[in-house]
Design a protein around this ligand. Structure first.
Ligand code: SER
Length: 591
């Protein structure tokens, strides 16, 4: 079965069972600073898992693009990916364990759907600990469907618990479904540590909210959140050992072979896998408005692109090649993800520019390297490059350690790799601390201040459009409990006079103390009512529209203040460039 058929069957099955199909959310979480990327299908749904009403009902299904960078260094082996698609179905306070398990069982085993033999399936359930009891219900439900207890393993939190993407959020026990990929017949007794059992689906039963103290409070509503990785399941269903051997990567590999002028090899090597994987991930990130840079998502993107280029060099490529590879991703995924087509020019330009910049950095770095070497007197025995200097070359010029080692060896130098690793680890620790700073506030944090800042963001957006023109459109938004950050399209710097007009306009609306009203409308009604914001193109989709008096009307998931008067005094702290053609404003509310 091809991935395209798997996606279709999944959505059809859940649609038939009363679920609304929702659109894939962007890879950059909207208004959620707790994580840099959308890491799972549930992530964009957090407000609804916490009890907010979803405009499309309480049974949802979708395919969601995701990025996980935790294993970036592992990419290149046959299993790891940074970008993947996840199929999911959700119950927002509607059905729970019994129905969720029945749905999964039917979809996997029924002849009408995936038709997998029960004999090749195995299951895990949560064994219980001091925070929550053994999941006896999930265990019993699988048995009711004829699953032998020898095929149900009871495992601890490390395996059978799904926690929040940030430090706080909804969570609960899960039950995972495994498929036997070894020789048949499958062993009678399920041994989870045997890697030939491959996890294909995860059903999370959200019953708790993990609060900032790490305590598990019962959730107001019990939810189901399931996730099935498209790449992995496609490989398993096709009897392939690696997702890189499926049609999902075939076009990209063919393009890579053509660029190199080589025949398709019998087996792919690490560098080839890194190139196709990282280019696919980078294209999706750029389609969601990220441009290569030095902080946050922009930095991850730059790393992905530069790693791809480096591995391309190792494969003997000397020309600019990433834009033509990106074109394959756009062609193959453009129908499912129209944002790829809409942002094609920016994607191709970014890659072209990044390849040129990287080449220049490598050239400067080589000069710097030679200067470092020249400082060491020729008569010294055992010449060595210190860990600090090696890390400097890596950090400043993007020189990978393997390259530094190669160049050093050529000149008769050794490299203090241990010292380099220590410097690297120290840097990692600093970025980790930086990342943890981001775990404050966010969608999981429905504090009043966050709600006020959401409302202020709508006022700012509208005031910018009135002051600068209708070309102003939201490109990104990030709210913590302390401040808002708003990225928008505008070609020039916003002058201090213009900023003053915008600030005054927002404060006028706050002073007028007008009500904030939420309506649920279809996309068509929302568009006709003049609401701004991100429109999907799905006919009939229902959305929430928030109006602040008659000043602003915008599509948004919330949460918001009740009246504009609650906002206090609005002050713009900073206006700067975010990326080409995009400006960034940081602002606060003073009480
Ligand atoms: N959130 C769970 C996962 O990512 C199920 O969707 O596995």
């Amino acid at each position: 079965m091809k991935a395209v058929e798997l996606r279709q069957k999944y959505l059809d099955f859940f649609r038939k069972n009363g679920h609304s199909v929702i659109r894939s959310a962007p890879l950059i979480p909207e208004n959620d600073p707790t994580v840099l990327f959308t890491t799972a299908g549930m992530h964009p749904l957090v407000p609804y898992l916490l009890g907010e009403k979803h405009p499309q009902g309480n049974r949802l299904t979708d395919y969601q693009k995701c990025i996980r960078t935790g294993d970036i260094d592992e990419v290149g082996d046959p299993v790891h990916l940074t970008f993947f698609e996840m199929l999911g179905n959700w119950s927002l306070g509607d059905y729970f364990k019994k129905e969720s398990i029945a749905f999964s069982f039917e979809f996997l085993t029924s002849a009408e759907w995936l038709n997998l033999p029960l004999d090749r399936l195995a299951f895990t359930v949560f064994a219980g600990d001091e925070d929550a009891p053994f999941d006896a219900e999930a265990y019993a439900e699988w048995q009711k469907h004829g699953v032998s207890e020898k095929r149900i393993a009871k495992l601890p939190k490390a395996d059978n618990w799904w926690g929040p993407a940030g430090v706080t959020g909804p969570c609960g026990p899960d039950t995972e479904i495994f498929y036997w990929t070894g020789p048949l017949p499958a062993p009678e007794v399920f041994e989870p540590s045997d890697k030939r059992w491959v996890e294909i689906w995860n059903n999370v039963f959200m019953q708790y909210f993990k609060n900032a103290e790490g305590k598990f409070e019962p959730l107001k509503q019990c939810n189901v959140d399931t996730g099935m990785g498209v790449e992995r399941v496609t490989a398993v269903l096709q009897g392939k050992a690696s997702c890189y051997d499926t049609e999902l990567f075939a076009g990209l590999f063919a393009k890579l072979d053509a660029i190199r002028g080589v025949e398709a090899p019998a087996e792919r090597v690490r560098s080839e896998r890194v190139v196709v994987e990282h280019i696919r991930a980078s294209v999706f990130l750029m389609a969601d408005g990220v441009a290569p840079g030095n902080v946050d998502q922009a930095y991850v993107l730059r790393r992905l692109i530069r790693r791809a280029i480096r591995e391309g060099m190792k494969l003997g490529i000397t020309e600019i090649f990433t834009p033509s590879m990106a074109q394959v991703v756009i062609d193959e995924y453009g129908e499912l993800y129209p944002e790829l087509v809409a942002n094609k020019d920016a994607i191709l330009e970014n890659l072209d520019r990044e390849e040129k910049q990287f080449a220049a950095a490598l050239e400067r770095g080589t000069k710097e390297f030679e200067k470092l070497i020249a400082k060491v007197p020729a008569h010294i025995q055992n010449k060595s490059i210190s860990g600090k200097n090696a890390f400097y070359l890596y950090e400043t010029y993007g020189f990978p350690i393997e390259m530094i080692l190669e160049m050093a060896t050529e000149k008769g130098f050794s490299v203090d790799v241990k010292g380099y690793e220590e410097a690297y680890a120290k840097h990692q620790e600093l970025s980790r601390q930086g990342a943890e700073q981001k775990f404050k506030g966010g969608l999981a944090d429905h504090s009043e201040e966050t709600a006020r800042l959401h409302t202020a963001t709508h006022l700012l957006h509208k005031a910018l459009r009135l002051t600068l023109g209708e070309h102003v459109a939201q490109k990104g938004s990030n709210i913590t409990a302390e401040r808002l950050r708003f990225d928008f399209s505008h070609p020039d710097k916003v002058t201090p006079e213009q900023l003053k007009i915008v600030e005054d306009m927002v404060n006028e609306v706050i002073k007028a103390d007008v009500p904030v009203i939420c309506e649920e409308l279809s996309i068509e009604e929302a568009r006709n009512s003049g609401a701004i914001g991100l429109f999907g193109d799905k006919y009939g989709e229902r959305v929430k529209v928030y109006s602040v008096g008659d000043f602003s009307k915008e599509i948004c998931g919330g949460p918001h203040a009740q009246r504009s008067g609650e906002l206090g005094h609005f002050r713009i702290q900073k206006e700067e460039s975010s990326s080409r053609g995009v400006r960034r404003i940081k602002a606060v509310l003073e009480h």
